[in-house]
Design a protein around this ligand. Structure first.
Ligand SMILES: [Fe+2]
Length: 344
């Protein structure tokens, strides 16, 4: 165990000071102790021991000239073993060139010349801590972006998988998503609610992976038992995605997208306020696109028939506000379903 001295407890940034000058160490203690969790070492070997035993540190401040390992060698080793530790070198005027070389090689974030006023040293440590925080923030941002890219790829993959099994579903989930988002914006949904709606829209029929492809693509009406299997897809979709659902109700929206306001929908027969808003929006978008699409057993019924259905059952099957938003979008704001003509 190194002789490094742990000075202050609590959740403060951790700073290691390395110097063989006892007077300087004492003044640094007084200066840094109130704001940081401070550790000290008297030479390079002791500092490396402290790194191994008590690290990682946010900042390391090292003297250049010390017995044994000098400050540049120490900081070069720290740069390799603990690259996130921000490194400050204390040096005399005579060693300026060596300090500049260390900066240019990337071993040192900043160097300070002795004697260094306490304000300048305090500012340098504060700057180093801010630099470390910036690096941490950037890394977290990068990780979040990577997760988003990964999630996007998974969502698209699942969406493609479902549509590949049902030729009549090609483009359906994208069009439903586009319309649901337009409805959501019309209703003033927040950005996070729109993002949830977007993912739910792209995956709303994922439960159809459970339905035999023959049921989905066969012309003519289905028998009751075949219909029952198809009507399980919201529940199957929920089971597939429910683990995502802590603060992010994608799976619940998918489970409820065939529920109707009067309780006549499936799978749970929920009514009114028991149906989440995202599912009420998705339900309207789904019905409009389904009626405008060709199906194995019928041709497209067209947008006018779809809007007449929404208007007729406004408040009975479909949420009144969502139905009104839908009628406004198509009749007053010129909304057009994308690529309807390409659907077989
Ligand atoms: Fe569905």
């Amino acid at each position: 165990m190194p002789k490094s001295e742990r000075i202050a407890p609590e959740q403060k940034e951790r700073v290691l000071v390395v110097d063989d000058d006892h007077n300087l160490l004492e003044s640094l203690r007084r200066l840094l102790r109130p704001d940081y969790e401070l550790f000290t070492a008297e030479d390079g070997q002791e500092a490396l021991g402290a790194m191994a035993a008590c690290g990682p540190f946010t900042v390391i401040i090292s003297d250049l000239v010390m017995p044994g390992m000098d400050g540049i060698e120490l900081l070069a080793r720290v740069a390799k073993s603990s690259p996130d530790t921000v490194r400050i070198l204390l040096t005399g005027h005579a060693d300026m060139q060596a300090a500049l070389d260390a900066v240019n090689k990337g071993y040192v974030y900043r160097f300070l010349t002795k004697p260094c006023p306490s304000e300048a040293l305090g500012q340098a440590v504060a700057d180093a801590v801010r630099h470390a925080e910036l690096v941490r923030d950037q890394r977290e941002l990068f990780a979040l972006k990577s997760c988003k890219v990964l999630l996007e790829g998974i969502v698209k993959g699942f969406s493609t998988l479902v549509e590949a099994r049902d030729v009549y579903l090609a483009g359906h989930q994208q069009r439903v998503t586009a319309l649901a988002l337009a409805l959501g914006r019309e209703l003033g949904l927040a950005d996070n609610e729109l993002e949830t709606l977007r993912i739910a829209g792209l995956l709303h029929d994922i439960g159809k992976v459970y339905v035999p492809a023959d049921f989905l693509n066969r012309p003519g009406l289905l028998r009751q038992e075949e219909l029952s299997v198809i009507q399980m897809h919201p529940e199957v979709g929920y089971e597939i995605l429910k683990h995502l659902d802590q603060d992010w109700p994608v799976a619940v929206i998918i489970r409820q997208h065939h529920e109707r306001m009067d309780g006549s929908g499936y799978p749970q027969g929920l009514s009114g306020r028991f149906i989440v808003q995202g599912a009420r929006i998705l339900a309207v978008a789904d019905v409009v696109d389904a009626m405008c699409s060709h199906r194995p057993y019928r041709s497209s019924l067209g947008i006018n028939a779809a809007l007449a259905e929404i208007e007729k059952n406004r408040g009975a099957l479909y949420d009144e506000r969502v139905a009104d938003a839908c009628l406004t979008l198509f009749r007053e704001k010129g909304y057009v379903l994308e690529d309807t003509a390409k659907v077989p």
